[in-house]
Structures are given as structure tokens and as C-alpha cells.
Design a protein. Structure first.
Length: 210
């Protein structure tokens, strides 16, 4: 295992190189996994431009657009960490509408947003055809270890102290879910690349292939 501190900008370029070094004639389904405090969406958004510069079209999907209806999600209250861990995200919808169609035998027709959590109704997003050899970047928490069919994964790791410090008070109820995820799934052992983000201005890349 090797750990290399680097800037956010260098991290983005490094990851873009890694992703575009994969098979160039197939879609690539990438998980950018991390607690909200680690800002996985920020990293996934930052990758879009560099990937396109390298000749790979990038498509963004966020798990917050694949939530279950409030009647299911909030059945045991609005601040239940077990519900957050086990029942907030519509994994079957994410597979059906994004990951399976983007896979090797899929149609290539995906829906980028399935659920409007604010209105608590279907987002009514039209289907779109993926461009050839697209890289689909799915960002959000708790993405690994549940059988979601990703081809490549990046895990954003925070120490317990950093996670607590960077989680706003109104979201502190989610902390037990993230602790459970770390203990039960050990995402750092599953991901292709681990990025330590205790200091958001100085991430550290952890990989086992150097």
C-alpha cells in the first residue's frame, strides 16, 4: 500500500488518467463513494471535464436522485440511522435505470434522475442514450458492498474524528450509519482507489498497484 499526498487538482488528473486507461470501447460504471462530508459529488463533477478532454464522454448521476418515497424512507422517523443505512436509497432503481443499461449487455438508455425528493414524486426525467464508451460517474454514500454492479470504484475515506467534525449538526444523526458501514463493509478494502480526505485541501491517494 502506498499513500501519496497531493492537491485536489492533481488528484482529479490522476483519477482521470486511471479511468481512461481502462477499456476504451466500452462504457465504464464508476462509483465515487463517500459520506456527504467528503463531498463525493464535488470530485465526480470535477472529473467530467478532464475525462472529456481525454476523449471519454462523462455522465453524472447522484444517489440523492434515487431515493425511495418518503413513506418508505421515513417510516421509522426522519433521523433513524438504520433506515438511512438500509432503506433510503433505491438501489434496485439505480440498477434498473442506470447500471444495468450502462453495462456490457445493456441498452445504453438511462435515466439520470428517478425521484424528486423535494416534491416526493417521480422526477419524470426522459431517457437518454449514452454516447459510445461513456463513463458513468455515480456519486453518493454507502455505494459499496451491496452488490451494485460497478466496474471501478473510488472511496473517499474520513477518520471518525474528521467525519464528526465535518458533518453539520443537523446531519449528525447519520454518523452511526457511516460507522456501521465502515465496520461491516470495510469499503477501503473493496474500492479500486481510496482517497483519504481528513484535510480537504490536501487529499492523499491510497492505492495498492504502485
Amino acid at each position: 500500500m502506498h499513500v501519496r499526498p497531493l492537491s485536489f487538482e492533481v488528484l482529479v488528473e490522476d483519477l482521470a488518467d486511471r479511468l481512461t486507461s481502462r477499456e476504451s470501447d466500452k462504457n465504464l460504471r464508476v462509483a465515487v463513494d463517500g459520506a456527504d462530508a467528503a463531498e463525493p459529488a464535488r470530485l465526480a463533477d470535477a472529473l467530467v471535464g478532464p475525462l472529456r478532454v481525454r476523449g471519454r464522454p462523462a455522465v453524472r448521476v447522484e444517489t440523492r436522485d434515487f431515493l425511495r418515497p418518503a413513506s418508505v424512507r421515513l417510516e421509522f422517523g426522519r433521523t433513524n440511522p438504520d433506515s438511512f443505512y438500509e432503506g433510503w436509497f433505491d438501489e434496485s432503481g439505480l440498477i434498473r435505470e442506470v447500471l444495468a443499461p450502462a453495462g456490457p449487455d445493456g441498452s445504453g438508455r438511462i435515466v439520470e434522475r428517478l425521484w424528486d425528493a423535494t416534491a416526493d414524486r417521480a422526477a419524470r426525467q426522459p431517457y437518454r442514450q449514452l454516447p459510445a464508451a461513456a463513463i458513468v460517474l455515480v456519486s453518493g454514500p454507502l455505494l459499496l458492498g451491496s452488490g451494485l454492479p460497478f466496474d471501478y470504484s473510488v472511496h473517499l475515506e474520513l477518520s471518525r474524528a474528521a467525519l464528526s467534525r465535518r458533518t453539520p449538526p443537523e446531519a449528525a444523526w447519520t454518523l452511526p450509519a457511516y460507522h456501521r458501514y465502515t465496520a461491516e463493509v470495510a469499503p477501503e478494502t473493496i474500492a479500486d482507489v481510496v482517497v483519504r480526505l481528513d484535510d480537504p485541501k490536501r487529499p492523499a491517494l491510497v492505492v495498492s498497484d504502485w
